[in-house]
Design a protein around this ligand. Structure first.
Ligand SMILES: [Zn+2]
Length: 349
C-alpha cells in the first residue's frame, strides 16, 4: 500500500510517501481501505518526537483520524462486514482491562491506563489501509461523507467533550471560545451556540474572527490587539464568563482563568503556547471555579459528534484538502496556524 512514512523525528520534510506492506489482520481485527485522513496537531507533536509518554518505533505511519470502507474482517468479528463505512477510534482500548477502576469499561476509554493510540503506538491513517480491532471502530452514518467525517470527527468530539461533558455549558450561560480559527475552536463555537449560550470568540486575527461570526459567535475579541480579560469583563458587565474553551495556553490561558465568573468552568484540550501558568488558588476557590480538560474523547462522544454532523446540526469546517502525497505541505500549513478550521488528506480510491 501507499503510506506516508517517517523514519526519524523532525520537521515536515521527514514525511515521505512509500510503498509498504499492507497490515495483516488477526482474529477480532478489521482492515479498512481509507479514503480520507484528518491532519491534527497530535500528528505534528508525534512527528517532532514530543509525546513524552510513549515510544515510537520506525518506520512509522502518522494519523489519528480517518474514514473508509471495511476491506477485510478477521475471524470472530461480528459487528462489521466487508463494505461497511467506518471510522477508527484513535484512543485504542480493549473494552475492559485489568486496571481497577477500568475506565474503558466505565465509558472513558480515552483515559484507560492500558492504552494504545492510533498513529502513535500503532500505524495511523496517513495510508491507503489501516487496521483496527472491532472494539475500536464506529459505523459511519449513511448521510455523512468520508471527507466530512475525516475533516471534523476528532475536533468535534473533543469540542463536545470539553463544552458539554466537562464544562457542562447550559442554555443562557456565556462561553468564551479561544482560538476560534483552530479545529476544536471552530467546532466549539457551533456547539456552544447549539447549547443556547452566548458565545464570545477570541483569536489573534480579525479574518478568523469574522469567520467565527459566520459560525454563530456573538462577540469577537482579537487577543493580539485587545486585552482579553478586560474585554471579557466589559462584555459581561464585570461578571466574567461561565465557561472557557481553551487551546492556546500562555497569557491567553492566564487571562482566561482570571476572566471566569463565579462557578465558572475552564476546559482545556491543550496549548500551542506555554502550558504552565500561575494560579492564585484563593481567587479560584472564592469563585468556586473549576479547571478541567480532556484527552481526546471517549467513543460515546465520537458517536454523538458523528450523529450531529450527519444531521447537519454541526458543520465540518474545511480549511484545505491535500492529496496524500502532500502530507508534509498539509502539516506545514497546520504549524503555520494560517488557516481556519481543519486540514484534510484525500486518498485515491
Ligand atoms: Zn481500562
Amino acid at each position: 500500500m501507499k503510506a506516508i512514512v517517517i523514519n526519524e523525528f523532525g520537521g515536515p520534510e521527514v514525511l515521505h510517501q512509500r510503498e509498504v506492506a499492507t497490515p495483516k489482520i488477526g482474529p477480532g481485527e478489521v482492515l479498512i481501505r481509507l479514503l480520507a485522513a484528518g491532519v491534527n496537531r497530535y500528528d505534528v507533536t508525534t512527528r517532532r518526537g514530543e509525546i513524552p509518554y510513549a515510544a515510537v518505533s520506525f518506520p512509522h505511519v502518522l494519523g489519528v483520524e480517518g474514514a473508509g470502507i471495511v476491506a477485510e474482517v478477521g475471524s470472530d468479528v461480528t459487528a462489521f462486514q466487508i463494505g461497511d463505512r467506518v471510522v477508527p477510534v484513535l484512543t485504542i482500548s480493549r473494552g475492559v482491562c485489568r486496571h481497577n477502576p477500568c475506565y474503558c469499561q466505565l465509558g472513558w476509554d480515552n483515559i484507560c491506563r492500558h492504552f494504545d493510540k492510533l498513529g502513535l503506538t500503532k500505524w495511523g491513517t496517513y495510508a491507503e489501509y489501516v487496521k483496527a480491532s472491532e472494539h475500536n471502530l464506529i459505523h459511519l452514518p449513511d448521510s455523512l461523507s468520508f471527507t466530512d467525517a475525516a475533516t471534523s470527527m476528532v475536533a468535534t468530539a473533543t469540542a463536545w467533550e470539553l463544552t458539554i461533558s466537562r464544562a457542562q455549558l447550559r442554555q443562557g450561560e456565556t462561553a468564551l471560545v479561544n482560538a476560534v480559527g483552530g479545529a476544536v475552536g471552530s467546532a466549539a463555537v457551533q456547539i456552544a451556540r447549539c447549547a443556547g449560550a452566548r458565545v464570545i470568540a477570541s483569536a489573534g486575527s480579525d479574518n478568523k474572527l469574522e469567520l467565527a461570526r459566520q459560525l454563530g459567535a456573538d462577540e469577537l475579541i482579537n487577543y493580539k490587539r485587545q486585552d482579553l480579560k478586560t474585554e471579557v469583563l466589559n462584555l459581561t458587565e464585570g461578571r466574567g464568563v461561565d465557561v472557557v474553551i481553551e487551546t492556546v495556553g500562555g497569557q491567553v490561558l492566564q487571562q482566561s482563568i482570571e476572566a471566569l465568573a463565579h462557578n465558572g468552568r475552564l476546559a482545556t484540550a491543550g496549548s500551542v503556547g506555554s502550558s504552565k501558568v500561575e494560579i492564585d488558588i484563593f481567587r479560584l476557590l472564592r469563585k468556586q471555579a473549576w479547571i478541567t480538560g480532556t484527552h481526546f474523547a471517549p467513543k460515546a462522544t465520537i458517536r454523538t459528534a458523528l450523529d450531529l454532523l450527519a444531521e447537519k446540526r454541526l458543520r465540518p469546517v474545511l480549511a484545505r484538502s491535500f492529496p496524500l502525497v502532500e502530507a508534509g505541505e498539509a502539516q506545514a500549513l497546520l504549524e503555520s496556524r494560517e488557516f481556519f478550521g481543519n486540514i484534510l488528506l484525500e486518498i485515491d480510491p
